[in-house]
Design a protein around this ligand. Structure first.
Ligand code: SF4
Length: 351
């Protein structure tokens, strides 16, 4: 035995580095997603299966698979819904043309468009009526962008990125306004607006923020924890715009690495090698159960200590879609619901 290592003067073995998780709050379900998911659940309970849903009700694989197992049938377009059947429109919103197509097939519709998306639709309609050119900052092909564009197709053009701003052509530079998709990076959107304004100094802002409170809150929280993190893991699906933005925001804010996973099983243990602090957040369409699974897996790798980093508290709730509420009320069924599931159920210490 080496006496230097065994006597009272022996140097203490270096303490193992403290491993911890910084858990972003707010994270996960927003008010619009909660409303849309509960609308499908209540529709299934009240009317029975099948209930058709145009597009994914929200962009989360787990949510869609769970609802499908209960009897929801997801279709791409209303022409795949049998005549006269019931169909739910997703939280991302639809264009008037989709509503007309549904009416032409006598479909019974439940519109679960998030009220904050509807607000953007109304802005588009109002400024189109005043004959403005409307620059919609967003991702071409995203369902929300298609729905918004469909409200004023003659007046709206999509601006995908700051670089796109340099190529926009308008009819009258004095009558131009911008609106945006609700789930973008705040910083990148402001950069696009700055570049647009360089070209069109009279560019009008939307009457209020289009990037919604939930998107902004989740980005602020991840920005706060990212500089302290070796790795940030965002739980969310690949087609979830706000989840993908969180991955980018974490990296921009100073995380050494940033990954997105749909579920815990997708975490590569190699990401955790040498890490002492792991950040965790989740997109606005992600149920808390998926975050709990990630935390359990991280605990197995020594990251059992969890500190919550809270930057805002959310208590917004939207009432259920009007058509569904009316039917539930007529049947004497409850139209209320509990707060978004499990959002604050983890017992962790705020820092
Ligand atoms: S992310 Fe925002 S706009 Fe989208 S559903 Fe949630 S609250 Fe509504």
């Amino acid at each position: 035995m080496n006496p230097a290592a065994s006597g009272p003067d022996a140097a203490a073995a270096p303490a193992a580095p403290r491993k911890r998780v910084l858990l972003a709050a707010p994270r996960g379900y927003c008010a619009g997603v909660d409303r849309a998911v509960v609308a499908v659940e209540k529709a299934l309970e009240h009317y029975g299966a099948p209930v058709y849903v145009r597009k994914e009700i929200v962009h989360n694989r787990h949510v869609v698979d769970t609802l499908a197992a209960r009897g929801a049938v997801f279709v791409d377009e209303t022409d795949a819904v049998p005549e006269g059947a019931r169909v739910v429109f997703s939280a991302h919103g639809v264009s008037p043309a989709v509503k007309e197509a549904a009416a032409a097939r006598n479909l019974q519709t439940i519109d679960a468009t998030c009220p904050l998306v509807t607000k953007v639709h109304k802005e588009a309609v109002r400024f189109a009526a005043d004959d403005f050119d409307i620059l919609l900052i967003g991702h071409d092909g995203h369902e929300e962008v298609e729905g918004t564009q469909g409200h004023a197709p003659e007046h709206i053009q999509v601006v995908n990125s700051p670089a796109d701003a340099d190529h926009v052509v308008v009819r009258d530079p004095e009558r131009v306004m911008w609106i945006s998709q609700t789930t973008l990076s705040v910083d990148e959107t402001m950069e696009t607006v700055r570049r647009l304004r360089e070209r069109f100094p009279h560019l009008q802002d939307p009457p209020s923020d289009d990037i919604c409170y939930a998107t902004q809150n989740r980005q602020v929280a991840v920005k706060k924890l990212a500089p302290s993190c070796d790795v940030v893991i965002t739980v969310g699906s690949a087609n979830s715009s706000n989840s993908v933005r969180l991955v980018e925001v974490a990296l921009d804010a100073g995380a050494r690495a940033s990954y997105r996973v749909d579920k815990a099983a997708e975490i590569d243990p190699a990401w955790l090698e040498g890490a002492t602090t792991v950040g965790v957040t989740s997109g606005a369409s992600v149920p808390e159960i998926l975050v709990s699974d990630v935390l359990a897996l991280l605990a197995e790798h020594g990251f059992g200590e969890v500190e919550e980093v809270r930057t805002a508290t959310e208590d917004l709730m939207f009432s259920l879609p009007r058509e569904l509420r009316a039917d539930l009320k007529a049947a004497g069924a409850p139209t209320g619901r509990p707060r978004p599931e499990g959002r604050r159920s983890l017992s962790v210490q705020p820092v």
